[in-house]
Design a protein around this ligand. Structure first.
Ligand code: FAD
Length: 518
């Protein structure tokens, strides 16, 4: 049985017993990657439970350095979470709801600490939203039982996705492994179950007495970022400027995007210089915005009020949001993708390279391929990269450099502010042809053609690779091959680390050889 099935059956099997537990003196909401008050399922349920007996709602967030290590969470992401928690602490305090934030060094102690706090506060009900990574699902399953031993009810609900995993199956009752039929089933299911898009009630204010009772929590400052995840001052300022925290910011961005850009999304989304996408991934992955809210808002702005018909920009954007659900379904159904294994078993035997110098050139944006270098520098500067460029650099690492795609997957998580295991793993599997519904292995992006097609004017390249700012015209895509070598060399821009024609043939041979050994 899969970890999600085990959690579901544990929750179902204990439902009656948990429901019999009295409300207690407080109710707890455990925040994880759902850092918002609006449209938050578990928070809403916790608030309703507390309201039913007029006891206070308390929120808790645990900073877990070992979890950050285990997930390769980037320092900008940790910083974003802490900045968001600061905003949330203020917002929740306006409703008299305390947000307790603490650091627990040993991840095994997290559950024990939460239980200890429940005893201290007299809380008998804990609510949280489900995360689909294996360790988290196993932890939550254990928690249901451990809590029951102490007379506490632990409830975990689906919130992170629009349609819960394991809901959509093929005619043969299996999990889809191809996006297009899965997406048709997803659309049909949401149209048939429109309540899936309904917003949850925001939490009600706490009774006034809560203020005095939890004064020390209201007054406590947030803990600092773990030492190995903290930013230097310049970075902190930069990321705070690029990615303001909190759910209000997420809603402003969503509204602006739906108002100004979504109409043209389908035609413009592939061009990195256009800044035509929602740039909401950090909010969706940290939970400052619910995917449900995003889909509902887009649908409501559509003339047909449908998800897949009407305004092509809106339908196109919703279909991208659905990829996020798809990869979470994949993760929940095939949890071994969490374990550094390719989704497709037959790709296990590819002889990857671990060339440290080439990998460093890729990481730093010094490959001599302008579009690749621009994209990697965007990532290193912003903690973000445009989707088209994510595909280009991932394909380049796995196929042109034949470097183990898992090194790229890890580097992305360590640097992205929107790092999300399922989407990142899915994206890497797609580009390296080892994942679910991937590019066929013989489709190898030509970085120069990609560059000419999607950054025709070279605006994106010139923005992120200042050495090429003085290179005119189409030479910007390949300065050494197109007569701008002297300008590029003078500015210190490197030559290409591989020749695409040669590396393409090498990749085809290496993939074929690996598949032959499977
Ligand atoms: P929009 O174009 O505005 O899309 C709206 C939302 O839809 C996104 O915010 C995202 O939540 C979702 N979405 C869009 N495309 C995808 C996709 N291909 N897969 C899954 N969800 C999608 N996305 C992450 O959120 N975190 C990651 O760690 C991540 N790693 C990736 C790694 C690779 C190699 C690739 C190819 C893609 C990865 N993506 C990841 C998906 C995608 O690149 C980003 O979600 C997107 O670029 C975010 O920009 P946006 O918010 O402007 O997107």
């Amino acid at each position: 049985p899969r970890p999600l099935d085990i959690l579901n059956s544990t929750l179902n099997g204990t439902k009656q017993e948990r429901e019999r537990i009295p409300v207690g003196e407080a109710v707890l909401h455990w925040y994880k990657r759902d850092l918002r008050t609006y449209d938050n399922r578990a928070l809403s349920m916790a608030s309703a439970k507390a309201g039913s007996k007029g006891v206070p709602l308390i929120c808790i967030f645990v900073v877990s350095p070992q979890d950050y290590q285990a997930h390769f969470t980037s320092a900008p992401r940790v910083d974003f979470e802490l900045r968001t928690l600061e905003v949330m602490k203020r917002d929740l305090a306006e409703k008299g709801i305390p947000l307790y934030v603490t650091t627990i060094e040993d991840r095994k102690e997290v559950t024990g600490h939460i239980l200890q706090k429940c005893e201290e506060w007299g809380a008998k009900h804990i609510y949280c939203n489900i995360e689909y990574e294996v360790d988290e699902l196993r932890r939550e399953t254990k928690m249901v039982k451990r809590c029951l031993d102490k007379g506490i009810s632990f409830t975990a609900v689906h919130d992170d996705v629009v349609v819960p995993p394991e809901t959509l199956t093929t005619g043969a009752g299996k999990q889809y492994s191809v996006y297009s039929p899965w997406f048709r089933a997803w659309i049909k299911h949401v149209h048939e179950h429109p309540h899936l898009l309904d917003a949850s009630e925001p939490p009600a204010p706490n009774p006034p007495a809560a203020r005095l009772r939890f004064q020390s929590i209201f007054d406590a400052p947030l803990p600092p970022a773990p030492e190995n995840k903290s930013l230097i001052d310049e970075e902190r300022t930069r990321f705070a400027h690029l990615w303001p925290p909190g759910e209000q910011e997420a809603h402003h961005r969503l509204e602006r995007f739906l108002h100004e850009k979504v109409g043209a999304y389908k035609d413009t989304r592939n061009f990195p210089a256009e800044q035509s996408t929602g740039m909401l991934s950090v909010h969706l992955s940290a939970g400052t915005l619910a995917a449900r809210t995003a889909v509902r808002s887009a649908r409501d702005g559509n003339s047909t009020k449908k998800l897949d018909a009407g305004n092509p920009g809106i339908a196109g954007w919703i279909s991208e949001l659905a990829w996020r659900d798809f990869y979470k379904h994949v993760l929940a159904h095939w949890p071994y993708v969490c374990m550094f294994k390719p989704f497709k078993y037959e790709y296990t035997n590819i002889a990857w390279s671990y060339d440290a110098e080439l990998f460093a050139a890729w990481c730093d944006g010094r490959t001599g391929f302008p579009i690749v270098d621009a994209a990697m520098r965007q990532l290193n500067h912003m903690g973000y990269m445009h989707n088209r460029c994510r595909m280009i650099v991932a394909s380049f690492l796995a196929k042109d450099l034949l470097i183990d795609w898992r090194m790229g997957e890890k580097y992305f998580m360590e640097h992205l502010i929107d790092g999300d295991f399922a989407s990142n793993n899915g994206g890497w599997g797609f580009a390296a042809s080892t994942g679910v519904d991937p590019q066929p292995y013989f489709r190898i992006f030509n970085p120069l053609l990609q560059s000419e097609k999607f950054d025709a004017q070279g605006l994106y390249i010139r923005k992120w690779v200042p050495e090429l700012a003085g290179v005119e015209g189409k030479a910007v895509h390949d300065p050494y091959g197109r007569g701008a070598g002297r300008v590029a060399e003078g500015a210190g821009y490197p030559r290409m680390v591989v020749e695409h024609k040669v590396s393409r043939e090498r990749a085809l041979a290496r993939y074929k050889e690996g598949l032959g050994r499977a």
